[in-house]
Ligand binder design. Structure first.
Ligand SMILES: [Zn+2]
Ligand SMILES: [Zn+2]
Length: 362
């Protein structure tokens, strides 16, 4: 904010700001919230202990006065004036330089660019930096600033397919860390292109809402049959790990086709293009079908998702074809009076068609 460069908005509408306000060479942490939905408007001023200490004699009057002021900037001028007046009256203090570490933090954020700062917590301990990759995707690097910053490096977290590691040395800056983050994003750009293409053009049954971390997709092939793939984030066009879910007699021909055509796989094409070619099929997609057609519910608990599990067991009787969660089927067979077990398998019968059925012990 002009003339208040250590104060920044804490929300999108700008009705909440926080940061450091300078008065008589001292820095005061302030946090200002304007509730303009209520009428009359209500301004809340919070801040560091020193702010309360200096403003104590005039705090009530000042707050009432702030309610009458239109813009945040004018409010900041008002607070600054009040602080300066009070300090002049009470003489200089020994609190100067108390916030050196915050000055360092602000300078470092400034170097990253304020447009990269997506979020900053009122106590300045958590901040989010935003990077845009080659395909205009947004990525957030969450950073937690320790008390001994910058001697001690910040903790961080981000949504990458492999762990992001940055070894912080005492002379390092947030900009250096952010630059490495951006370089790492560039490394995964092709991987995300591949995953985005799958997400857009096929029905992803799992994960329900894929994150940028997820290398796994369960793709609907037809009703009751799906393909679970795990893509290598570093060589994303290589053949992914494939696992088929569905009744064995339906899965078998698909697997056979895959094995027969695998030599056609080209690392110059995307995973979707390759899968279409190798499996010789068009995937059901959001433009041609509804997702419910592929989310076959469990025949025991009547839901599709059980925690994170989907119904992955299927009765092999072609006339039945009923799907079950592994956990539901296990519980069901375990309770049957004539259950038999051998090694780690339980043998029973399908609750729908009474044909023999088994599942592994959980
Ligand atoms: Zn179930
Ligand atoms: Zn059955």
């Amino acid at each position: 904010m002009e003339n208040f460069d250590q104060i920044m908005p804490l929300n999108y509408s700008g009705s909440e700001v926080g940061g450091y306000l300078n008065a008589m060479d001292e820095e005061f942490y302030i946090h200002l919230t304007v509730q303009d939905k209520s009428s009359p408007k209500k301004v809340h001023l919070k801040g560091c202990e020193r702010l309360y200490q200096v403003l104590k004699p005039v705090l009530n009057t000042l707050e009432q006065h702030l309610n009458q002021i239109d813009t945040i900037k004018d409010m900041l001028y008002e607070i600054q004036n009040a602080l300066e007046q009070q300090i002049r009256l009470s003489g200089p203090s020994k609190f100067i330089d108390q916030h050196t570490e915050y000055n360092i933090l602000f300078e470092q954020l400034q170097n990253c660019g304020w447009d990269k700062v997506n979020f900053i917590s009122p106590d300045f301990h958590e901040l989010h930096l935003k990077a845009i990759d080659e395909s205009e995707r947004e990525h957030i690097l969450k950073i937690w600033i320790p008390d001994k910053f910058p001697n001690e490096g910040p903790k961080y977290d981000c949504d990458l397919p492999q762990e992001f590691q940055y070894r912080w040395l005492p002379d390092d800056t947030l900009l250096m860390m952010f630059t490495v983050f951006q370089e790492t994003l560039a490394m995964y750009s092709q991987f995300w292109d591949i995953m985005d293409e799958l997400d857009k053009n096929t029905w992803i049954l799992e994960p329900e809402i894929p994150s940028r971390k997820d290398c796994r997709r369960q793709i609907a092939l037809a009703s009751g049959i799906s393909l679970l793939i795990v893509v290598n984030p570093l060589i994303p066009t290589s053949v992914p790990v494939c696992h088929y879910l569905g009744p064995e007699r339906v899965v078998e021909p698909v697997r056979a086709k895959f094995n027969k055509n695998i030599h056609l796989w080209s690392e110059f094409d995307s995973v979707l293009t390759n899968l279409k070619q190798v499996l010789e099929l068009e995937f059901p997609s959001p433009s041609t079908s509804k997702k419910e057609e592929f989310c076959i519910e469990c025949g025991i608990c009547y839901s599709y998702l059980l925690g994170e599990a989907i119904p992955e067991m299927t009765c092999d009787n072609p006339k039945c074809n009923q799907s079950f969660h592994h956990a539901c089927l296990y519980e069901y067979i375990r309770m049957l009076p004539d259950v038999r077990s051998s090694f780690n398998k339980l043998f029973g019968e399908c609750p729908y068609c009474c044909k023999p059925l088994w599942c592994t012990v959980l």
